[in-house]
Design a protein around this ligand. Sequence first.
Ligand code: FE
Ligand code: FE
Ligand code: ZN
Length: 261
Amino acid sequence: MAKTAVGIGANTLQCFVRNPRGSKAKAADPEDLAKCRALLEKHEFGPIVAHAPYIMNPCSKDKGIRALAAEMMAGDLALMEHLPGNYYNFHPGSHVGQGAEAGVKMIADMLNRVIQPGQKTVVLLETMAGKGSEVGGTFQELRAVLDLVDCQDKAGVCLDTCHVSDGGYDIVSDLEGVLAEFDRVIGLERLLAVHINDSLNPCGARKDRHAKIGEGTIGTEAIVRVISHPRLCRLPFVLETPEDDAGHGAEIRMLRSRLPA
Ligand code: FE
Ligand code: FE
Ligand code: ZN
């Protein structure tokens, strides 16, 4: 994984700690993790972003599914202690008719159970498209979760460009306005990573279908404004576009070539 990232010219990466569609984690191999750590250091990677499994739903109606979410996150965070100083991003979940307020509380409850005050990983709530009953489609909902978290320094936000656009935040014609709103509601100091994706759907569509950079409704110019913005440019940027490794390499080269020197 780290080798592939180096090969395509990346200096951060996003990975899954376990099968993204399942719950079984492969046993951690401390030797592998040590090798990975050495490679990331050698190539001066910035913080990397682990992504929680998609099946995780901390605000499910079902107590067992909520317990499984907590178990998966606790296990993943334990593994990540072998790679200190990085991020663990998760989808806050879907409240499935219980209401956003109930969802917010369940999500915070889980975080307060699994986050250890001394841990070396910061957990990130991902901004969501607001599809179905997803929690986190508005900055207010993310703020509501963060407000209930005990370890404030262990919780932040990852902004996904496709998701916020789908959620109705117009980053194409008003990036400054969206960032000002983020700052007012959550605080830009809590924004620690960015997923850069184009979207197949118009702003406000609440669909969550990623497009290749320049092949969606956001477009290359708006993505370049995101990655070169003075308040964002130091953050890790992760591509989640429908490309293979070579395609992602080309996207990285294209975006780098557009950055001011
Ligand atoms: Fe995600
Ligand atoms: Fe994402
Ligand atoms: Zn998405």
